[in-house]
Design a protein around this ligand. Sequence first.
Ligand code: ADA
Length: 554
Amino acid sequence: MTDRLFATHHVRPCRPAEPLWLFHTLDEGGLESPVKTFVPGAWETMPRLRSYRGRGVYRQQFTGGGNLRFLFGGVSFRAKVLLDGQELCSHYGAYTAFEALAENLPFGEHTLTVEADNRFGEDSALHIPNDYYSYGGITRPVMIQQLGDAYITRMQVTPSMTPEGWRADIRVWVRSLSDAPDTCYLRITMPELCEQGMPVHLQPRQETMAHCAVTCPDAVAWQPLQATLYTIEARLEKDGVPVDDLIDRFGFREVKVEGQSILLNGEKLLLKGFNRHEDYGPFGCAVPLSAMQQDLSLMLDLGCNCVRTCHYPNDPRFLDLCDELGLLVWEESHARGLSEKRMRNPHFLEQTFLCTREMVQQHYNHPSVFIWGCLNECADDTEYGADCYRQVYHLLRQLDGSRPVTAALLERAGGLVFGDSDVVSVNLYPQWYYNGPAEGQIAAKVEEIRQNGGAGKPIILSEIGAGAIYGYHDPLGESKWSEERQCTILRRQIEAALANKDLSGIFLWQFADCRVTEEEWFDKRPRTYNNKGVVDEYRRPKLSYMLVRELFRR
Ligand code: ADA
């Protein structure tokens, strides 16, 4: 299972890890004896482990040697990687990739072991019992790469429009694995557009950044629902011989905030989309590529132009698909509903910064990502919480000056950070959690935002929605949880939101029903699912599917 939808290397030898791993558990409620299991996968797909919270150990043998890089797309949610019993690295957080490096390995047979751990605890500030499920296992693809004495760690392409046409600012980071200084040549090729090159002076065991800028007057812009993608290849050469490379895709498009508008290539956006959890009934969070694709086909059929990756960074293959289809993405770093007490967890800032940094660095080149989000519904109404928001906004802007930043804030009075983001976003559930007409509640919220620092900024309704249990009908449409009642509420909410000229758009909560944790949530959510999807966890449409389709396509 490769980790992207295109080849990321022609020079660097690279292959997916074998899909079958030997697996056993370490904690109570686990398996009695080891089994073979398929990776990527969440262990909850094994009937015996449906609700297992503990450690799981994956093991496989491979033949190789030299400098090896094991690239893990995502391990949920703590990982420890060992090679022949020696620890190579550890990582926290299910939703971002990380590498484990083994240097100068003697050629032969070796054992790779990964311990995944999805137990909640004080050392975990972001994965907590929540309104979605923190699964366990190696849940995204694993790649094994052969490295030489230096390798390209990452590349960032920043497009911008200039009077001469599109320009691309290109940054490439090269890491030396050698104890001696060296000079290599870096060749950058964008087929059909340009080729550039420069020497790179490498310091022993350090990372060096190379930079260049090119103007591409013939480039075609990436537009919503009309995507044009370009390939960029960075190749490292030594004495004219290619020794490493990194290939990525990007698009020429520019996002700007002007007054109350969000502009993409100068055109004002009106966002119509869904919040989507990475969760699909039988597969948990390890959603297969074909199922991701089906979700996106449904969203396009529904008339969406955007999706929000609530509440964490998504599998890059999902972003690759969005890049291809021209679907705009609000991607956010991991956090949902953290009180001030939880934000005071001594690991909170460090874990938030790590996830935020990894998200931006790993997903920077996706043209579909038009905005960065963070800290969904955390404590924005206390001084301490507001300071955390400001720190994360600051980090996002440091890492990427080319996209606006925002956060989906909880519907409550007293928000202190409306003035700190580029776009103000708020979650509202009129007629579901609160009575009263949707128009009035939306207008009152817009006014409150304006009065409290958000005047003159674009505003997004980042969540709006109502629940229904698939197949539960009430012909009179009165009972909550019936498909009819969900339709009644959604119609009022969507019509009110789309009629409000102060809004830049809406993300409905939510696309598909998702599993929630049993700890702390089973009594709040029928079936231990968040049932506000317009399709259920198997993607069976509820009545609301056709309603949203009609309203979004109007
Ligand atoms: C929130 C939250 C979501 C979900 C939703 C709901 O606003 O951001 O994760 O919990 O409400 O269903 O109530």
